[in-house]
Design a protein around this ligand. Structure first.
Ligand SMILES: Cc1cc2nc3c(=O)[nH]c(=O)nc-3n(C[C@H](O)[C@H](O)[C@H](O)COP(=O)(O)OP(=O)(O)OC[C@H]3O[C@@H](n4cnc5c(N)ncnc54)[C@H](O)[C@@H]3O)c2cc1C
Length: 405
C-alpha cells in the first residue's frame, strides 16, 4: 500500500460509501461527510435497485436523434427536456448530441461494460469481506421488446456485448414465458426478449447503511448533517469548508457528492460535465404475477426489480429538472407505464412509497473519476448506473491514490 492517508469522502451515497469502505480497507483513515442525516438519502435512496452489469448502454446513441422532436415537444411520457440558458447546461447538451454517433455509443457502452465487470468483482469482494446486508440477489434480467423492429435492434447490441464476453440469450415469446412464467399475462404482446442470467439486484439504501456500519467497525468515521460550502485546494493541504465556516483539512478529498458535485467543483474552478436527470420510483407489494427476474420493458421504459416481497419500479428521465419533488402527474405517468407493462406485477393500488431523485448524468454516460485539483479526486457523474458502478469506481479511486491507475 502507498502512504496511509487522511481521506475525506464528501458524499455518503452508494458511490461515496463504496469508496470510503474500499479506502478504509486499504488502510487509509477515512471520514465520510454528508449534509443529510444519514447515509444513502440522496439519489441512492430508492433507485431501481438493479445491478446492471451487462446493461451499460450509453443514453446518447443514434436512436436518440429520431426521438428528439417528440421529446422536445413534450410528447414522450418517459423522456422530458427543459431548456436552460446557463452555459454549463448548453455545453452539456451539445456534448450529449456529439455522443449520439454509432461510434461514440459503441465506445461509451464498452467502456461502461469494463467498469461494470470491475464493479461486479469489487462488490462481491466488499460484500463478502464485511458481510454487507442489502438483499443482494442474482435473479437475472429479462428485457422485453414489443415490436419486431426494437427486437432486431437489440440483436446488434447483443453482438457488440458478446465481443466483450457478456453472456446473453435472445428468446422468442414462448421461451421468455418458460423462463419467467409471470410474463404469461403479456405473452401476446411480446415480440421477443433478451435474457441476461447473471444480472443482480440489491437495495442501495440498505447497502449505504450496511457499508457505513462496516466503515465504523473498520475504524473510519462520519459526520452527518454537515453541509459543505466549498473545497479549498490552493497548493496547501486541501480542505472542506462547512456551511458554518469550519475548515477541515485532509491529505485527500474524494468528491462523491452526486448531483451536488458540480457546484462544489466550481468552488475550486473546475467545471464537471454533470447535469441532473430526474427520475421516479415506486415501491409496492409484489402482485399476483410478480416476476422473480428483473424486467426491463423497453417500449414503456420502465424497470422492475423484486426486493423480497416488494417490487421496486423505476423510470422517467427529465433533463433540466433540478428538484426532487414528487409531482403527482409524473408519478401517474410512471404508474401507468408500469401497469401497461406488467399489469399484475405489483399491487398498484397500495403503493407504499414514491420517490424522485436526480441522476448525476454526463454527456457520454460515463462517470468522472480523476484528480481535479491537487489532493482532490472526483468520483461522480454515474448517471443511471451509479449503483452498478459504485464498487468498481471505488477501486479506481484507490488506484489513483496508490499511483497504479
Ligand atoms: C429513478 C432512478 C432509478 C435508478 N436506478 C438505478 C439502477 O437500477 N441501477 C443503478 O445502478 N443506478 C440507478 N440509478 C442511478 C443511481 O441511483 C445514481 O447513479 C447513484 O445513486 C449516484 O450515487 P452518488 O453516491 O453519486 O450520489 P448520491 O446518492 O446523491 O450521494 C451524494 C451525497 O452527497 C451529499 N451532498 C451533496 N452535496 C453536498 C454538500 N454540499 N455537502 C455535504 N453533502 C453533500 C448528498 O446529501 C448525498 O447524500 C437510478 C437513479 C434514479 C434517479
Amino acid at each position: 500500500m502507498s502512504r496511509r492517508e487522511e481521506v475525506i469522502v464528501l458524499g455518503a451515497g452508494v458511490v461515496g460509501m463504496a469508496t470510503a469502505l474500499t479506502l478504509a480497507d486499504r488502510g487509509h483513515r477515512v471520514t465520510v461527510v454528508d449534509s443529510a442525516r444519514g447515509p444513502g438519502l440522496g439519489t441512492s435512496f430508492a433507485n431501481g435497485a438493479q445491478l446492471s452489469f451487462a446493461y451499460t448502454d450509453a443514453l446518447a446513441g443514434p436512436g436518440v436523434l429520431g426521438q428528439l422532436p417528440r421529446v422536445l415537444l413534450g410528447l414522450d411520457p418517459a423522456l422530458r427536456f427543459r431548456l436552460h440558458l446557463d452555459p454549463d447546461f448548453l455545453r452539456w447538451s451539445i456534448a450529449f448530441l456529439r455522443n449520439c454517433s454509432a461510434g461514440a455509443f459503441r465506445r461509451n457502452t464498452l467502456a461502461g461494460l469494463i467498469l461494470a465487470a470491475e464493479s461486479r468483482h469489487a462488490l462481491d469482494a466488499l460484500t463478502e469481506r464485511h458481510r454487507l446486508d442489502y438483499g443482494h440477489g442474482v435473479p437475472g434480467k429479462i428485457h422485453i421488446y414489443r415490436t419486431a423492429a426494437s427486437f432486431a435492434a437489440a440483436e446488434a447490441t447483443v453482438a457488440l456485448k458478446r465481443e466483450a464476453g457478456v453472456a446473453q440469450t435472445l428468446l422468442d415469446p414462448d421461451a421468455a414465458v418458460a423462463l419467467e412464467p409471470m410474463l404469461a399475462p403479456v405473452r401476446g404482446e411480446i415480440a421477443g426478449a433478451l435474457h441476461t442470467p447473471d444480472e443482480a439486484v440489491g437495495d442501495p439504501h440498505r447497502f449505504c447503511v450496511s457499508a457505513h456500519e462496516a466503515l465504523l467497525r473498520t475504524g473510519g468515521s462520519s459526520m452527518f448533517e454537515l453541509p459543505v460550502d466549498r473545497i479549498e485546494a490552493n497548493g496547501r493541504q486541501p480542505a472542506i469548508v462547512t456551511g458554518c465556516g469550519s475548515r477541515v483539512p485532509a491529505d485527500r478529498i474524494i468528491l462523491a457528492a452526486g448531483p451536488g458535485a458540480p457546484r462544489l467543483a466550481r468552488t475550486i474552478g473546475v467545471r464537471l460535465p454533470v447535469q441532473p436527470m430526474k427520475g421516479y420510483s415506486i415501491t409496492a407489494p409484489a402482485g399476483v404475477a410478480a416476476p422473480a427476474a428483473s424486467i426491463t420493458d423497453v417500449a414503456n421504459r420502465v424497470v422492475f426489480a423484486r426486493l423480497g416481497n416488494r417490487m421496486r419500479i423505476a423510470g422517467l428521465a427529465e433533463l433540466g429538472r433540478r428538484d426532487t419533488r414528487v409531482e403527482p402527474k409524473r408519478l401517474r405517468a410512471l404508474v401507468d407505464s408500469a401497469r401497461a407493462a406488467l399489469p399484475q406485477a405489483a399491487d398498484y393500488d397500495d403503493i407504499e412509497s414514491s420517490w424522485a431523485g436526480l441522476r448525476p448524468a454526463t454527456p457520454d454516460s460515463l462517470p468522472v473519476i480523476r484528480p481535479i485539483a491537487p489532493g482532490v479526486i472526483a468520483n461522480t457523474g454515474h448517471g443511471g448506473l451509479g449503483w452498478t458502478w459504485a464498487a468498481g469506481s471505488a477501486e479506481r479511486v484507490a488506484k489513483i491514490i496508490e499511483g497504479t491507475a
